[in-house]
Write a protein that binds this ligand. Structure first.
Ligand SMILES: *Cc1c(COP(=O)(O)O)cnc(C)c1O
Length: 402
């Protein structure tokens, strides 16, 4: 009997029958002792790998002092984390949440409230993009707009106007007297590592300025170094007004944050939003420790160097196996391999080679190594990919022959 047949976990995930008990850097050790090279990083969460000594020490130290206290009182460590995030970004204010979807909910509420507080409650709609992913709460699900995820959950929350990705004319047409802002991922993660040219994002910024509406960058996946800088907007050279973060912010400890300028956040007053756990001391300690490591000189240079190396090596594997792989795409260490074979088959073949990767939309397999990945680990991953491609093309040849 498989684990899933005996498990009491709500069966909403199609889980692989493989369990892990330990991690070390870019490696995961299975319950049977086998070592897997982890290029899922918990879906872009474990940016510093597993069991990073500085994170372990920070959490252990915090665990002896204070686990939780309410947002009724000041939080010196939370204030320090917020100040550091603002110092490193365009933002003036930070709201702490516990997940990406919650950080996104806060972003939507800030945008709506901004216009309402200026006497325009009718400006509550956001322009969103096909292929987007913003979360699984009812609000963020409506923003995601995927029929597959919405089905059976009643009428979607009102307030989102979805247009084709990268289509500036469609964005212009969608903006009206009801529009509060534009919501976009700098790189679509779940949607298949889909990018748009920097000029598109510059045009969105201009449209927002011209129409006095807000630009929201969902950096839940792209943020915290994933695309080679602390935030993807810095590499794009386009600054948003509101920016939700989560995934890698706590290096594996659940924490989300919504960053905003003072102007964008001007509608948010005491009582207008809240969270019991948001800014929890353990989560804040983890995130402060993540920043300690990421803000050390050379951290992002290393990630960029590894990105270049991985992309070059992946491109040569694509050239060798045109029957299996179509192209390499992405920024930093948010890398997608568009497959010719079904992407799920490639994920399985890679797992057979003890390399863990994540599927995405558009028949893409994501390579999301930790940002601390080494040259040797990248070399190892590429050899495993090469073997998986050989196995897959062998299988294709056999099918063709029979
Ligand atoms: C993962 C993700 C979310 C949702 O985050 P959760 O922590 O799963 O709620 C939202 N937006 C983007 C871009 C994401 O990648």
């Amino acid at each position: 009997m498989t684990n899933s047949a005996t498990s009491h976990l709500l069966p909403v995930f199609a889980r692989v029958d493989l369990g892990f008990e330990r991690g070390e850097g870019a490696w995961l050790i299975a319950t049977n002792g086998e070592r897997y090279l982890d290029f899922t990083s918990g879906v872009a969460v474990n940016a510093l790998g597993h069991a990073h000594p500085h994170l372990v020490a920070a959490l252990q130290e915090q665990a002896t002092r204070l686990w939780h206290m309410s947002n009724l009182f000041r939080s010196p460590d939370g204030e320090r984390l917020a100040a550091r995030l603002c110092e490193q970004s365009f933002a003036d204010f930070v709201f702490f949440a516990n997940s990406g979807a919650e950080a996104m909910e806060c972003a939507i509420k800030i945008a709506r409230r901004y216009h309402a507080s200026k006497g325009h409650p009718e400006r509550y709609r956001l322009v969103t993009f096909e292929g987007a992913f913003h979360g699984r709460t009812l609000g963020t699900l409506a923003a995601t707009g995927s029929a597959k995820y919405l089905e059976g959950f009643g009428p979607p929350v009102d307030g989102f106007d979805q247009v084709p990705h990268g289509d500036l004319e469609a964005v212009k047409k969608a903006i009206g007297p009801h529009t509060a802002g534009i919501l976009i991922e700098p790189v679509q993660g779940e949607g298949g590592v889909r990018t748009a040219p920097p000029a598109f994002f510059r045009s969105l910024r201009q449209l927002c300025d011209d129409n006095h509406i807000l630009l929201i960058f969902d950096e839940v996946q792209t943020g915290m170094g994933r695309t080679g800088d602390l935030f993807a907007y810095k590499r794009l050279g386009v600054t948003p007004d509101i920016m939700p973060l989560a995934k890698a912010l706590g290096g594996g400890f659940p924490i989300g944050a919504c960053l905003a300028t003072a102007e964008a956040a001007s509608g948010m007053t005491p009582g207008s939003h809240g969270s019991t756990f948001g800014g929890n001391p353990l989560a804040v300690a983890a995130a402060n420790a993540v920043l300690d490591v990421m803000l050390k000189p050379g951290f992002f240079e290393h990630a960029q160097k590894m990105s270049l190396l991985l992309k070059q090596k992946l491109a040569s594997v694509v050239d060798r196996h045109p029957g299996v792989l179509a192209e390499v795409r992405g920024e930093g260490l948010l890398i997608g391999l568009k497959a010719v074979v079904p992407s799920g088959d490639l994920v399985n073949a890679l797992r057979d080679e003890r390399l863990l990767t994540v599927g995405a939309g558009d028949n893409v397999v994501r390579f999301l190594p930790p940002l601390i990945v080494t040259e040797a680990e990248i070399e190892e991953s590429v050899q495993r990919l090469d073997r998986a491609c050989l196995a897959l093309s062998g299988g294709a040849l056999k099918r063709a022959a029979s």
